[in-house]
Design a protein around this ligand. Structure first.
Ligand SMILES: *Cc1c(COP(=O)(O)O)cnc(C)c1O
Length: 831
């Protein structure tokens, strides 16, 4: 579905500069995701930290001809002869307006989903339930923001028979815009939880804001057992603008008169049967292959929507039995033979394919390896296979795929559509695995995207490097959320250094750096030159600071553009000499002042004059920044000392600045300081532990990044009175079940956790360490816990905060995180 540029101009009420006629099919807000330049309309959005207008020249060079802007470039007719600029007052509002007008074109059921948890799951399950009989357009992944929603709604086209969209809010006032864009005919509230409470006065306020989505929806679906929701809803208008009453489909396990009365919920070993009476009709039931409460609640909501849309109860049951867990992860794994695997187990459809291809394309790859796509048949009802695979081919080509492997009967039949030079097709994963094509995969970045029924799991299993069963899973999306959390305390113009020393606080510096570079942080900081070199070799082009430069590594630093910290006259002299020898001038360095840590740094009370004098009488190096470090910004008890540190730094750094014409960036705040002393953020802040999800001020988890996991190797019954492990340290008081797990102190598991001092989680339940933790193995007490060999064990992470462990062994989370040894494989994912 395309719009002429003229139509777009009218729809968003813009003033147009330029007169080239074009059709618009794609909307773009992030220049890095450009795919089809000719048909793209770019919205130059302004955020606190960035301005889309800056990317117009680059996009124009790459073939984009249509821009929505607030300021038209000065010489637009001569500099951009083929372009159309649509000038508006607010580009975000224009984007939303366009999506809203696009939505107006459709007179079909549209489901809008909000709530604190489960939005994406409900959306995906509805898709699974409805797509066998109708063409569903839904939000890709969790595109649910002020920008994500309009981009999602824009995806509706002539084939769409029902739309399913998520609406997420984090601040008061946001829902109104989302409602106008989605205009749900069926509005759904999953639940009201504690998330994002920060910006709301109370839970009631948050509930009210979310229920803005319900205004004007013909039908609303919610949990009628939640009193807060009932109360807020009771105050809301119950007739629609036309005078018709709103249909309120609340579900309840208590009230037999509820529109959806859930009469019973029967959990069996691995399935649950829900018996219900819908709108006072006959008793019916359905089963789902899950037993957890969240899945059950979500399934009830989906059932109501599906019944409302007209799915028959027996058909609903049949489809419910087959619903699949939604994996929203995009994983990066090291593969065999120099390959990197990007594994997207998310449902297979063209929009999520696009996101995954974009992800692959954007990740810098030092070795310039080829990009390969392994794709199964796409199940997307509605679209003609010929057109669908033509689109796949165009997308893949645009996103730099040079090798294509198709798996499945449909894709085989459409092989002609795929216009990529190197292409192979197989009927099934089995056929592929025994082929030469499979054996010859080498030095490639491979994106695997397969619909579940093709069993791509087997494929990934064969392709990944065999690893120790203990892995550290690193959530890159959480890193970004933490980054934004701290940015929210900072002024927009304040620069940021992200500390990725000690291999990114244990999470792995390279992948963290790639993510941070993508989010435009100003500086990355590592401890030694070699760490910097590794980053450069992996395609990191950001500014890099070296905190502990070795005298022997100056040449390396110059070669790789790594900027050293300078803390002493000895280092200063050696550095100047080395730079002069190379004929280098103006090499940026960072001056460290010691204001109370008494570790490294110049003394601001004694050294400034000599330091300034030395710096001014040479031109090999140039101070780019000057900084100091708080000893106790995490603790209010040290506030007075911090104030003294700051005063010393303030004076010393101003003295340095006064001696030079150019701007020298001043910085002192670390993670705790950013939050505690926002008034001391100066020109730049240095973010460390907070980036990895731990608030150093209270040890609380912000967004958890790392999860250390292993699996049960063996289980045995041990009678009361027996002992476990070396030196017989744990005596069992009762008959017990003991499990062995492949993680020991050589992996970084602290021995002080031994003998019931600490615990891990097995299927969500606490299992204490029994016996002394060994080098490579530990034993845990799983008596009474429902588990078996092969089950997963969480050492710390999403459900067991790392700070629980650090408290038990009387240390700080920094030490636990950085102590995880190298042999523990890091697995990265985005959600
Ligand atoms: C490690 C480090 C930081 C980061 O500290 P966090 O407490 O992790 O935020 C900041 N500055 C310097 C000089 C550091 O060495």
């Amino acid at each position: 579905m395309t719009y002429t540029i003229e139509k777009v101009t009218t729809l968003i009420g813009a003033r147009r500069y330029g007169d080239k006629e074009t059709n618009i099919g794609f909307l773009l807000t992030d220049s890095r995701s450009l795919c089809f330049p000719e048909e793209t309309l770019f919205f130059a959005l302004k955020s606190e930290r960035n301005d889309g207008h800056n990317y117009i020249p680059e996009l124009y060079r790459r073939g984009v001809k249509n821009f929505v802007v607030t300021e038209v470039p000065a010489n637009c007719a001569s500099d951009y002869p083929d372009a159309n600029f649509l000038r508006v007052v607010n580009t975000l509002e224009a984007l939303q307006r366009l999506a809203e007008r696009h939505r107006d074109e459709f007179n079909i059921p549209v489901v809008g989903i909000t709530g604190s948890n489960g939005k994406t799951m409900v959306k995906e399950w509805l898709y699974q339930l409805l797509s066998p009989q109708m063409c569903v357009t839904r939000s890709p992944r969790s595109y649910n923001s002020q920008i994500g929603v309009p981009l999602s709604v824009w995806l509706m086209n002539e084939q769409t028979e029902v739309g399913v969209f998520e609406a997420g809010i984090s601040q008061p006032g946001e829902m109104l815009a989302l409602r106008d864009i989605i205009q749900p005919t069926i509005a759904v509230l999953t639940n009201i939880g504690e998330a994002h409470q920060r910006n709301f006065e109370s839970k009631g306020d948050k509930c009210k804001e979310k229920l803005v989505l319900f205004h004007d929806a013909r039908t609303v679906v919610y949990n009628a057992d939640d009193e807060l929701v009932e109360r807020v809803l009771a105050q809301m208008e119950s007739t629609l603008p036309g005078g018709e009453p709103q249909e309120r489909l609340g579900w309840s396990v208590r009230d037999r008169h509820a529109p959806m009365f859930v009469k019973s919920i029967e959990k069996k070993e691995s399935a649950t049967t829900v018996t219900y009476i819908y709108k006072g009709g006959e008793e019916n039931w359905y089963s789902i292959p899950f037993i957890d409460d969240a899945s059950i609640c979500n399934s009830i909501i989906c059932a109501i929507v599906a019944l409302r849309i007209g799915i028959a109860p027996d058909e609903l049951d049949r489809r419910m039995q087959g619903i699949e867990q939604v994996a929203m992860r995009l994983e990066v794994k090291e593969g065999q033979h120099g390959c990197t695997l990007i594994n997207d187990s998310y449902n297979s459809d063209i929009n999520s394919l696009d996101i995954a291809l974009d992800f692959m394309n954007r990740r810098p790859d030092h070795k310039g390896r080829r990009h390969t796509l392994i794709l199964s048949d796409i199940f997307q009802s509605g679209e003609e296979p010929t057109a669908l695979y033509q689109e796949v081919s165009d997308l893949a080509r645009e996103r730099g795929v040079v090798k294509f492997i198709g798996i499945g009967p449909e894709i085989c039949a459409q092989s002609e559509r795929i216009q990529i030079a190197e292409k192979d097709f197989f009927g099934s994963v089995e056929e592929f695995i025994v082929s030469d094509v499979f054996r010859s995969l080498r030095d490639e970045v491979i994106l695997l995207k397969g619909a579940r029924r093709f069993g791509f799991d087997r494929l990934t299993e064969l392709l990944v490097k065999k690893v120790h069963e203990t892995t550290l899973e690193v959530n890159l999306s959480a890193v970004v959320k933490n980054l934004n959390h701290y940015r929210s305390f900072m002024k927009a113009e304040t620069k940021l250094v992200c500390m990725i020393k000690a291999d990114g606080y244990g999470a792995g510096a390279v992948e963290i750096a790639k993510t941070l570079q993508d989010h435009r942080v100003d500086y990355l900081a590592v401890a030694v030159a070699d760490e910097g070199v590794t980053l450069r070799r992996n395609g990191i082009t950001s500014n890099i600071m070296i905190m502990n430069p070795e005298m022997t590594a100056f040449k390396t630093m110059f070669d790789y553009d790594l900027e050293p910290e300078v803390y002493s006259f000895r280092l200063l002299e050696a550095l100047i000499k080395a730079a002069e020898k190379e004929g280098i001038t103006g090499y940026p360095v960072h001056i460290k002042l010691d204001t109370g840590m008494h570790r490294l740094g110049f003394d601001p009370r004694q050294d400034m004059e000599q330091l300034i004098d030395r710096l001014r009488h040479q031109n090999a190096i140039i101070p780019r920044s000057v900084f100091s470090h708080f000893v106790g910004s995490d603790n209010d008890g040290f506030d007075e000392f911090s104030a003294r540190q700051f005063a010393l730094f303030d004076e010393g750094s101003k003295q340095l600045q006064a001696a030079f014409e150019h701007k020298i960036l001043r910085h002192i705040d670390n993670s705790a300081g950013i939050e505690h002393f926002p008034e001391r953020q100066l020109d730049m802040c240095r973010l460390g532990l907070g980036l990895y999800g731990i608030n150093p001020r209270n040890n609380e988890i912000i967004h958890n990044v790392s999860t250390l996991k292993t699996t049960i190797l063996q289980m045995r019954r041990v009678p009361a009175g027996d002992t476990v492990g070396y030196s017989r340290k744990t005596v069992l008081e009762h008959d017990s079940v003991v499990a062995a797990i492949p993680i020991g102190y050589a992996d970084g598991l602290d021995r002080h956790l031994s003998n019931r001092h600490g615990y891990c989680l097995v299927n969500g339940q606490k299992a204490e360490y029994v016996g002394n933790i060994c080098m490579d193995v530990a034993m845990i007490d799983v008596t009474g816990i429902d588990c078996k060999e092969g089950d997963s064990v969480e050492i710390f992470g999403d459900h067991l905060p790392v700070t629980v462990l650090s408290d038990i062994v009387d240390t700080i989370p920094y030490e636990v995180l950085t102590g995880i040894s190298n042999r523990v494989k890091r697995v990265y994912f985005q959600d």
